[in-house]
Each structure stands twice: as C-alpha cells, then as structure tokens.
Design a protein around this ligand. Structure first.
Ligand code: DHB
Ligand code: FE
Length: 280
C-alpha cells in the first residue's frame, strides 16, 4: 500500500528561485536564508519519497481570473515550468504520477470533494520554488510530483477547515492505492505577506509562529481561523497558508517536528519552513 511519510510547509517566494537561478545565493541578503535551508536540504536528501503531492497555488499564470477552480489535481505525465514574464525557470521538467493522481482524484470525488482535473498544466513559482528549496539544483527532480492547485487568489476561497479535511481525504486515498509507494506532501505559500494595497509589507512573526506551533501540537486551531483572520493578521497573501492545512490534514494526529526555520524578510514575505514526520 502507498503511505504518506512526511510533510513540509514552505513559503514559495519567487525571488528565492531567482537568486538560485542567477547565482546570487552567496550575496549578503540571501546568505542567511540559504544557510537556514541547509538542514531542510539535508533531510530531503535522506528522505526522498517516490511521489510528492505539492499543494500550491497558481498566481494567474496558467489560469486566468475568468477561469479558476477551487481544487485542481494535475494528472499529466509531465508539467512544464511556466513563463511568468522572464521566460520559464531553467529547472528540470516536473514529472507526474498519473496513476496515483487519478486514483486520488477518483477517491476524492467519490468522497464528495469535487475536484477539477488538469491533463496539462504549466507550473509557476508556487510549485517550482519549493522544489528548489528541497532539492537545490539537480539535473532531474528526484521525486515524481502530483500538483494540487488551490484557489487562494480570488474570492471565494475554500475555508481553512475544508483544506484540512481535503488533506484527511487525500491520506485515505493514498492508503488505498495498492502499490507500495512512499509519498510526501507539501503545503506551500505564506507566511505573512501582502504585496499590494495600503497594508503592503505586512509581516507578523507572532501569528506565523503560532500557526507553526499549532501545526505541530494543535492543528485544529489552524482550522478555526477565518479568511478574515488570515487577511487581518497575515496580510492578503497570508491566506496562502490555508494550503499548509491540506498538508497537515494528510498527516497523523501526532507528528515529530524535524526542523523549523523562519526568516524575515525574504522579498516582501516572512519566510517559513517546517518539516513534520508522522509518528505512530
Ligand atoms: C512574493 C511572495 C509570494 O508568495 C508570491 O507568490 C509572489 C511574491 C514576494 O514576497 O515577493
Ligand atoms: Fe504566492
């Protein structure tokens, strides 16, 4: 049977990817961030799953605002890095796992999560930057990837509780896949940040830290937050953190915190990463 072994939450700041792509990681601005990512990368090197479900959002790159679905499963064989205005990132093609992706999709729909299905999808920084966070700059990504795209950019977004329940349903679906596969799941985006408007630049370390603490020991507390709580406390784009609830819902009630890193600012964002391993 397939099983979920661990989860990661990580911000997906595009500048982080650009710093890597342009050889700037040693510059004083970036050096502390990449130093803090060393243990993340060391852990990922030793814990490569067969497949990773990456819960991310498209930033009006592949989707237009006229055509957006709440939850979309990527069932393709491969996913091209998207051109976000500077040409596609020069990172490896993202290889999918259609059999598991279809199995999860079928199970989710039959358990009343009405997923949209993408047979082709170009993936933006929301998905490729977390891969760079975990695996640095390999010739080939070491894990297959199932993209799970969540609408966090256009009202009405799914609730934080719905995201958590989706994670629980994903876990049940994974565990009913007959092949013996190890599966990772990542929630991406966040932490506190707001890119435009009067409150542009909002950062809230207290909120972010409480959210990460809750992920470890009281995940239900993060499901009781409302959209307004996220926006008020963590800025408009802070709502991306609801995607971390999908990841957490797919793990056991009890988890081990393997590593946590928090650094302010990275671009306009509070950068956070956390790795959680299932315990029995
Ligand atoms: C930034 C952060 C994001 O999450 C994003 O999607 C785009 C930009 C930033 O901080 O620059
Ligand atoms: Fe984002």
């Amino acid at each position: 049977m397939a099983r979920i072994i661990a989860g990661m939450g990580t911000s997906h700041v595009p500048g982080l990817g650009a710093a890597m792509d342009n050889g700037k990681t040693g510059e004083p601005y970036w050096q502390p961030l990449f130093k803090g990512l060393e243990p993340v990368r060391a852990w990922h090197k030793d814990n490569i799953p067969d497949v990773t479900i990456i819960v991310y959002n498209d930033h009006a790159t592949s989707y237009s605002l006229d055509n957006y679905s709440t939850f979309t499963m990527g069932v393709a064989e491969e996913f091209m890095p998207a051109d976000e205005g500077w040409g596609p990132r020069q990172v490896p093609m993202v290889m999918g796992h259609p059999e598991l992706a279809w199995h999860i999709t079928e199970n989710l729909i039959l358990s009343e999560f009405d997923m949209a299905v993408a047979g082709s999808l170009e993936v933006d920084h929301g998905l490729t930057v977390p891969l760079s966070v975990a695996y640095d700059q390999p010739d080939v990504w070491p894990t297959k990837v199932i993209p799970l795209c969540v609408n966090v950019i256009q009202y009405p977004q799914p609730t934080p509780l719905r995201c958590y329940k989706l994670g629980q349903a994903i876990r049940r679906a994974v565990e009913s896949f007959p092949e013996d596969l190890s599966v990772g799941i990542w929630g991406t985006g966040g932490m506190s940040h707001q890119l435009g408007g009067e409150r542009a630049g909002v950062l809230n370390p207290e909120f972010d830290t409480a959210f990460m603490n809750n992920l470890v020991s009281d995940p239900a507390a993060n499901t009781r937050l409302t959209h307004t709580d996220f926006i008020r406390e963590a800025g408009c784009e802070g709502i991306e953190m609801i995607m971390w609830n999908v990841m957490r819902g797919a793990l056991n009630d009890n988890v081990n915190e393997i590593y946590r890193f928090y650094h302010i600012p990275v671009s306009a964002t509070a950068y956070g990463a956390i790795i959680l391993e299932n315990t029995d």
